[in-house]
Write a protein that binds this ligand. Sequence first.
Ligand SMILES: [Zn+2]
Length: 386
Amino acid sequence: MLFSPGCGTDERNKQKSDAEISEGRTRFGIFRRAKNVSSKLRNSIRNKLRRRNDFGVSEIEDVSEIEELKAVDAFRQALISDNLLPARFDDHHIMLRFLKARKFNIEKAKCMWADMLQWRKDFGADTIMEDFDFTELKEVQEYYPQGYHGVDKDGRPVYIERLGKIDIDKLMQVTTLDRFVKYQVQEFEKTLAVRFPICSAAANRHIDTSMTILDVQGLGIMSLTGPVVEFIKVLQKIDNDNYPETLGRMYIINAGPAFQLIWTIVKPLLDPDTTSKIQVFGSNYQSELLEAIDASQLPGFLGGSCTCSNEGGCLKSDKGPWEDQNLLKVIKVLYVTSPHAGRVLWFCTAFSSWFFQVLRILKLNLLYVDKFKWRSTHYAESNHII
Ligand SMILES: [Zn+2]
């Protein structure tokens, strides 16, 4: 694998410098000012969108989207020229996330991308959904309650973490840091491969971000030391480096006065693009959460009406549009076999009555995926969806 000059930790640590943020803003400023795009360019890019878009249902809304497309196209060419674009990752939205994470600096995004591919190879991320079994999940839930539960009003999956209830000593008695990290990576992969596509199909728009609720009740400043911090740092690094721009918004709830004070001090030092997604609340957060999430999708302990009593509690249920086991099996097959799984999934859900026929055919001959890919394009064009 080829690495560009400048790839590495030192370089990465410089990403969020003021200069770069300023550069990114200027670049966007140029994007927004570029209003006189010729119809020829527009049509050319529209054609490219037809090829690249996962679901084939987006319309170009404004000039900034056209500039994003141009940037993704340039990034794609740069990756191809360095042999850094496996078919599985040849996806407009994945490339856009990495570009956004590096403020549209193609060279820096390419470094990040190359590091991500190398990490996936070393960690075994490509096959972790199939070959890792986190048998201790039930015990882990006791000492670190967290999990996905429902969708917000924008259709994004909601991830809830009760960090304040973490008991790091007992947690490390039932699992190891390595195994817990593997479990988290498996969940990241499941979110990208299963939750986002199914949420996209359910909401009829592209979804590649989630909402996080971080409950810090009981988390004192003193508990943010040693193993807990190490634990958070390891997971955050994997998340930031390999799954960038997947946080839609985060609500930190039950924050005590000390936590809120620290947040007020630290916030101006962090990347404004990140802090703009985070809101911190004390104990009166329920109405804010209910503005963002329907009561039926929100656990009772957070002010919603859901209890998941048959599943042993909301954080053990993995409730969501993705819980349909048949759908899950199909998505797993599609993602292992097709880099254009999103398009195929969209087609499958658009024709739900054909869904199980598709499953049957896929089981018989995976080459049928190509035929359905063609049909999905054909259907979208004939209905003026693209
Ligand atoms: Zn529930």
